[in-house]
Design a binder for this molecule. Structure first.
Ligand SMILES: [Zn+2]
Length: 158
């Protein structure tokens, strides 16, 4: 854009001001990449996979082609236990997209996996006022298609 665009008159034929509402089925679906394909294949099998560095043993999530601690490229995939604790959470009461309008209120949480890495997720299967920081949770999977399953967490009621 040129520097003098701010002096241009308002455009009459710009993008529509009102976005077209999406049906709830039109949620954005993850697209596996070369780096994340083993993770999504694990999810498809209802197995939560994370990476572990063969050099320094650090576990990491999200998937990377190198270790975020020692920069070794010797990272391997392991099956996580699926157990975690809630580090922080918020309750979404206003959908960020029309695709999620039928889901509110829902819980977005940061959980610490038993192996160490943190993961952004949803806490499902309970009311928002049942959730508290520090609670133990366990992974479950929502099958969105034949190839994509989404890991979410529920309270571990032992
Ligand atoms: Zn490392």
């Amino acid at each position: 854009m040129a520097a003098n665009d701010q002096h241009s008159p308002p455009q009459k034929d710009g993008p529509a001001a009102t976005p077209v509402p999406l049906p709830a089925a039109d949620k954005p679906v993850p697209a596996p990449t070369l780096e994340t394909a083993p993770y999504w294949e694990g999810c498809r099998q209802h197995q939560l996979r994370i990476q572990r560095c063969s050099n320094c043993r650090q576990c990491q999530f999200f998937p990377r082609i190198y270790c975020a601690k020692c920069f070794s490229e010797q990272v391997e995939w392991i099956n996580a236990s699926g157990r975690a604790k809630i580090l922080s959470f918020t309750v979404v009461r206003r959908p960020v997209s029309p695709a999620f309008a039928n889901e509110v209120p829902y819980i977005v949480a940061l959980v610490t996996l038993e192996e160490g890495p943190q993961m952004m997720t949803n806490i499902v299967g309970c009311a928002p006022d049942e959730v508290a920081i520090g609670m133990p949770v366990e992974v479950i999977f929502e099958d969105w298609s034949e190839t994509i399953s989404i890991p979410k967490f529920r309270l571990h009621r032992g």
